[in-house]
Write a protein that binds this ligand. Structure first.
Ligand SMILES: Cc1cc2nc3c(=O)[nH]c(=O)nc-3n(C[C@H](O)[C@H](O)[C@H](O)COP(=O)(O)OP(=O)(O)OC[C@H]3O[C@@H](n4cnc5c(N)ncnc54)[C@H](O)[C@@H]3O)c2cc1C
Length: 189
């Protein structure tokens, strides 16, 4: 019988897959992955999760939890939320629509009810009562936000931020061709 016409193609494919395996195993630090001469064995399964412990002794052997995963602290949550809010304010339109102004007020009201730190949410509700959201323009909203953030800062004994520097601190997102900008309108509908 003649030679299998697919043989050269299969050999090329095997060489290619061996090459990929070598590079991947070097990359993730696994050495000497066994290979077969004719078939691919031991496919690499990347499992980022450690096995679940089934008894107390194996629990003790679990690696120390990576701080970048798992529940966040009140401070981390606060920082992330302020980052979101100040970035939103920096991108807020110069001439927001009526809907956008309404959305800002609703967002703040929802934060004061649903912010996942009860004490902070209640505190923020009090702050909003004496400082209703001002969102008639980009500058008005970012200055108002800076002011309420400073109110929280003061109550926590933190330094007050100079609000004339809020644009320099936060600014707009770096997106090509203004593709991240929120669009307002010159008409107030
Ligand atoms: C709505 C809300 C209510 C909160 N209430 C409470 C509370 O009652 N009790 C509590 O313990 N924590 C509260 N927090 C969390 C708290 O405000 C801080 O986020 C947290 O303590 C971490 O502080 P930080 O020093 O890392 O900086 P953050 O206050 O988180 O600020 C982050 C960064 O923003 C910049 N910044 C600071 N002030 C201003 C400002 N006025 N304007 C613009 N930029 C500024 C600074 O560069 C700073 O590094 C609240 C957070 C939010 C979002």
């Amino acid at each position: 019988m003649g030679e299998n016409p697919w043989q050269p193609l299969l050999q090329t494919f095997e060489k290619l897959s061996n090459c990929v395996q070598t590079h991947v195993s070097n990359f993730i630090g696994i050495k000497n992955i066994p290979r077969s001469s004719s078939t691919i064995q031991n496919p690499i399964i990347l499992d980022p999760y450690p096995p679940i412990a089934t008894n107390s002794s194996s629990l003790q052997k679990l690696p120390i939890k990576d701080k970048s995963t798992g529940p966040v602290t009140k401070e981390e949550l606060g920082k992330a939320t302020w980052t979101f809010l100040h970035t939103l304010a920096a991108q807020y339109p110069e001439k927001p629509t009526r809907q956008q102004k309404k959305d800002v007020k609703e967002l703040m009201a929802i934060l004061s009810r649903m912010y996942p730190c009860r004490q902070c949410a209640d505190h923020f509700k009090d702050i909003l009562r004496s400082n209703p959201p001002q969102a008639g323009s980009q500058e008005e909203f970012s200055q108002w936000l800076c002011h309420v953030h400073n109110t929280v800062n003061r109550s926590l004994g933190k330094l007050v931020f100079p609000c004339e520097r809020v644009d320099a601190r936060w600014g707009k997102l770096e997106c090509e061709q203004k593709s991240c900008d929120l669009h307002g309108t010159s008409m107030d509908f």
